[in-house]
Design a protein around this ligand. Structure first.
Ligand SMILES: CC(C)(COP(=O)(O)OP(=O)(O)OC[C@H]1O[C@@H](n2cnc3c(N)ncnc32)[C@H](O)[C@@H]1OP(=O)(O)O)[C@@H](O)C(=O)NCCC(=O)NCCS
Length: 192
C-alpha cells in the first residue's frame, strides 16, 4: 500500500508531469511495475503490490491511524499519451535532512532520457523547496543505466561497496550523493 504522504507537489518538465499516483493509474502500472526486468538490479523481486497495483490503493488496516510520511513519491506521466511510465521517489527521509532516491521506468520507454529528465527536476525541487541537505543513491555497478542517470544528473560518486548487500541482494554497488552545496555551486556557475 502507498503510504499517506504529507505533501506530493506536482512538478512539470518538457515532456513529463510528476504527480501523485491515483487508482486511475492502475492499468498503466500493471503493464510494467511487476516485470522481473525492472527488478534485475533493485535488490529484491517485485512484491505483491507491484505485481497487482490495485493493492497499492487499498489500506489493509483502514482503522489504524498513521502519521503522514515526509517521503515523496511521484508517478511520471508522459505528456504525449498521459500514461504513467515511471515512478520516482525520495524515501527514508530523515528529520527533513536526508533522503534516498529511487526510480523505475516502464522498459518500453528506456533510453529516451525520461529518468534523467525526471530526476533533474526532483533534484531541483528538493534543494529549492525543501530543507533536505543530501540526496543519497545506490546503484549496482552492473546497472549501467542507473549509474549513467546519476552521473548525468550531477550526483557525485562517493564510493563503492565491494561484495556488499543492497536491500536483499549481495552485489558490488556504487554510492552517490548530491548535497545542497553541489546545488548552490551549480546554480552559481550557471549565473556567471
Ligand atoms: C535505471 C532506469 C530508471 C533508467 O531510466 P531511463 O529513462 O532509461 O534513463 P535515461 O534514458 O534518462 O538514461 C539512461 C542512460 O543509460 C545509458 N545506458 C543504458 N543502458 C546502458 C548500458 N548497457 N551500457 C551503458 N550505458 C547504458 C543510456 O545510454 C543513457 O545514457 P545517455 O543518455 O548518456 O545515452 C531504467 O533503466 C529502469 O527503470 N531500470 C529498472 C529499475 C532500476 O534499476 N532502477 C534503479 C535502481 S538503482
Amino acid at each position: 500500500m502507498l503510504k499517506e504522504y504529507l505533501w506530493i507537489p506536482e512538478l512539470e518538465t518538457e515532456r513529463l508531469f510528476l504527480r501523485k499516483l491515483t487508482p486511475d493509474d492502475i492499468d498503466d502500472l500493471r503493464e510494467w511495475l511487476g516485470l522481473d526486468i525492472v527488478y534485475q538490479y533493485w535488490g529484491r523481486s517485485a512484491n505483491k503490490d507491484e505485481k497487482n497495483p490495485e493493492f497499492l490503493f487499498v489500506d489493509p488496516r483502514p482503522h489504524v491511524k498513521r502519521k503522514p510520511s515526509h517521503d515523496f513519491i511521484w508517478g511520471i506521466e508522459s505528456k504525449e499519451n498521459h500514461r504513467v511510465i515511471g515512478i520516482i521517489e525520495v524515501f527514508d527521509v530523515e528529520n527533513d535532512r536526508l533522503g534516498k532516491i529511487a526510480y523505475r521506468i516502464n522498459p518500453t520507454c528506456w533510453n529516451q532520457g525520461v529518468c534523467t529528465e525526471a530526476l533533474t527536476k526532483v533534484v531541483n525541487f528538493i534543494f529549492s523547496e525543501t530543507t533536505l541537505d543530501r540526496l543519497h543513491a545506490e546503484a549496482d555497478i552492473e546497472n549501467m543505466a542507473s549509474n549513467a542517470v546519476l552521473k548525468k544528473c550531477g550526483f557525485t560518486l562517493e564510493g563503492c561497496i565491494r561484495n556488499g548487500k543492497m536491500v536483499n541482494n549481495y552485489c558490488t554497488y556504487n554510492i552517490y550523493g548530491y548535497i545542497r552545496d553541489d546545488f548552490r555551486q551549480r546554480a552559481n556557475r550557471q549565473h556567471t
